[in-house]
Ligand binder design. Structure first.
Ligand code: IVH
Length: 673
């Protein structure tokens, strides 16, 4: 085919594919079979392989992903992406309605029209279209600055790469990326079967999928989107939010119109809410409430925002899901540092489709506060996600045989004494050779943020210990194929993959190794700081208490813990073994100085042109520290519009407060020093 024919055919195929994708994913009304769609798609890919210049920005071929990125770039939203205030009861919703009428000077008895939408529990994103073409896409981030995830968003079939004409010159549209519950379950089961880490809930799974640097991975995830609002729009606005949603759908965007209601006043909103609450468990996706928006767009404008939340909208949240069941037993878990945590074992009970048999009791003070006993009927709450909590006890159901939960004197795993050290609230096993601590320390060492040994999940770590194949993290590097063949269901391929992953971890950078070693009080951030300040493990080993303490962020507790870690003979042996096995992080570039070294900055409020993230990056790049809260140690507070309590605190403490210009001037002068 010559170039002209190829161009014509490519345009026709693109048009057809966009149309059928829209019918299938956005309208839920397919016009052709999947096989026919695949045939068109494959023809397009073949054409683009032969004529690569045809693969324009809106080619349907982008759905399969693009080459991986090194990192995500920061994107400043041209209008902030606020979050919503919450209302949790009828009374609170009535107050919301009353506030709106007061603000708009409407009589008490007037009736406001509201749009009621489902509040999907996913990840908020922004899509930017210029002349109909999708040109950018970002996460919400902190509301002002998000991350550019355009390639990943392009893989979502329901995200149009080009809008349907006539479309506006510029449109910023906002929506929620989510995963349907059934897809989530299917995928999680698959992960579990492959010994991979599973996700706690669909929201985490969606967020994890969007944060892939390789969009070809995102393309394989069952992501979907519903659009619910706009940022900037260069077009005439309709009168109502409901009409705006319809307009978005006409442009080809996926909107949950079938489940959006226009409610006339409070009573209709409440009816909608109760109806939704009833149907909550029958929906194909997780929702955690209803979003109620003043329908008239001019009123939305007039109402504006207060402390970065719109006055014209609110999240009417569902009550947390609860169930009653029997507390059968309390297990004591021993963590990596010996901390003993109580875990409740429950008679299995279903809370909204998930069978719960474990719950957190948090700590020993909580047990005392609740006066919870083994054998009690307890109230369990699953607040949308993660580990359920025990929130109460039904004392009226007691028979007198319930047993109080007491802290034993010795570790259930190794029999060593348990004690609370000075100033610590958490009881700890004091055993140096406690197998439970070993297990947790290996899991931590191999974890994603530490040495990132892909595939070495809980199941394998358990087996390594049961088979007595490891006594320390260093032993991981001595494992052979034969050792791994002792595992259940371990084939040659999997064994080699695991050995490769272990070998690959030998070159992880120093901060990861330091974090992975599990030195008490040294989290990810401090591990980075120590690596940067000392440059090598050798240098850190030699560091004295005073040298450590001289670092801005290191207090006596951390200094003591680092010195004690390296002074311990057993740790010394493990470090030697690691080095002998070839675990050799490349030396870190030392960045002891920097013009802002030793200075802490806090950013608050909205600055005219500088994003908070950008400001923080400048500070860190110049050797300073950007902190989240104000204290006596803060050198400068950089404050913009709508700065709240942090600014107030800074004033009380008499700290130096800068605006954006002041900040820029300070940086310029420091850089010249
Ligand atoms: S409107 C100014 N509508 O809830 C309006 N948000 O805390 C801002 N969400 O970050 C949001 N479904 O991720 C809106 N129908 C919906 C929504 C929705 C889910 C999420 C969104 C936002 C959070 C609000």
């Amino acid at each position: 085919m010559d170039q002209a024919d190829a161009t014509r055919r490519h345009a026709e195929l693109s048009r057809q594919l966009h149309h059928h994708s829209y019918c299938y994913h956005t309208l839920d009304r397919p016009e052709i079979s999947d096989a026919d769609y695949d045939r068109l798609f494959n023809e397009l890919i073949d054409l683009e392989t032969e004529h690569p210049s045809l693969a324009g920005e809106d080619s349907p071929s982008h759905r399969v992903g693009a080459a991986p990125l090194e990192k995500f770039e920061a994107v400043r939203h041209s209008l902030p992406m606020p979050s919503l205030s919450n209302r949790r009861s009828e009374k609170e919703f009535r107050e919301f309605d009353a506030q709106i009428k007061r603000f708009l000077n409407l009589p008490d008895e007037s009736v406001v029209d509201y749009t009621c939408e489902m509040k999907l529990d996913g990840v908020a994103v922004e899509l930017i279209y210029r002349d109909g073409l999708l040109v950018d896409g970002a996460t919400r981030g902190d509301g002002n600055t998000g991350e550019r995830i355009l390639n990943n968003l392009k893989t979502i079939a329901a995200v149009p790469l080009r809008l349907i004409e006539p479309c506006p010159p510029r449109l910023e549209v906002r929506g929620e990326v989510y995963i349907e519950s059934a897809e989530f379950q299917r995928w999680n089961t698959e992960l579990e079967e492959n010994g991979k880490k599973t996700f706690a809930n669909p929201r985490n799974a969606a967020a994890g999928s969007l944060r892939q640097l390789d969009s070809r991975t995102t393309a394989k995830r069952p992501l979907n989107i519903f659009c619910y609002g706009i940022g900037q729009l260069e077009a005439d606005l309709p009168v109502g939010h409901n009409e705006l949603l319809q307009q978005l759908q006409q442009w080809g965007l996926r909107v949950n119109l079938g489940e959006t209601r226009l409610a006339h006043g409070v009573s209709e909103v409440l009816a909608c809410f109760h109806d939704l609450l009833q149907r909550r468990d029958d929906l194909p996706f997780e929702i955690d409430g209803m979003v109620v928006k003043v329908n008239r767009l001019d009123w939305q404008q007039e109402l504006g925002s207060v402390s970065r939340r719109p006055r014209w909208a609110t999240a009417f949240k569902f009550p947390p899901r609860q169930a009653r069941t029997r507390l059968e037993q309390v297990l004591l878990q021993v963590g990596r540092t010996g901390a003993i945590t109580p875990v409740a074992c429950l008679a299995p009970v279903e809370i909204s489709g998930v069978t719960v048999s474990r719950a957190s009791l948090h700590n020993w003070d909580e047990i005392e506060r609740l006066d919870v006993r083994v054998g009690d009927t307890v109230l369990v709450e699953r607040a949308g996600d993660v580990i359920p909590d025990i929130v109460g006890v039904a004392p009226e159901e007691r028979h007198g045989t319930e047993e109080p939960i007491t802290l034993p004197e010795s570790c259930p795993e190794c029999g060593s004494p348990i004690s609370r050290l000075d100033g610590e609230v958490v009881p700890r096993c004091q055993g140096l050779a406690c197998p439970a601590q070993l297990k947790e320390s290996i899991k931590h060492f191999a974890s994603r943020k530490a040495m990132d040994i892909d595939g070495l999940g809980d199941r394998y770590v358990d087996q390594l210990l049961t088979l007595n194949r490891v006594n320390s993290v260093a032993d991981l590097y001595r494992l052979s194929r034969d050792d791994l063949f002792l595992f259940e269901r371990m084939g040659e391929k999997l064994a080699d993959k695991l050995l490769q992953a272990i070998a690959a971890s030998k070159e992880r950078p120093l901060p990861r190794l330091l974090f992975g070693l599990g030195i008490r009080h040294v989290g990810e951030h401090l591990a980075k700081l120590l690596a940067r300040q000392f440059g090598s493990l050798e240098a850190l080993k030699q560091a004295s208490h005073d040298e450590l303490l001289a670092l801005h962020e290191v207090g006596p507790q951390v200094a003591e813990s680092v010195v004690a870690f390296f002074a311990d003979a057993r740790n010394g042996e493990i470090l030697d073994q690691l080095a002998a096995a070839g675990v050799a992080p490349p030396p870190e570039e030392k960045r002891a100085g920097g013009p802002l070294s030793g200075l802490t900055f806090v950013f608050t409020g909205t600055l005219p042109s500088l994003g908070r993230k950008e400001g923080q990056e400048i500070v860190e790049h110049l050797g300073g520290r950007a902190a989240g809260s104000v204290s006596k140690k803060t050198a400068y507070v950089v404050a913009g519009e709508d700065a709240g309590s942090k600014l107030e605190k800074a004033r009380q403490l008499g700290l130096t407060i800068l605006d954006e210009t002041g900040f820029r001037e300070l940086i310029a002068s420091k850089e010249q020093e």
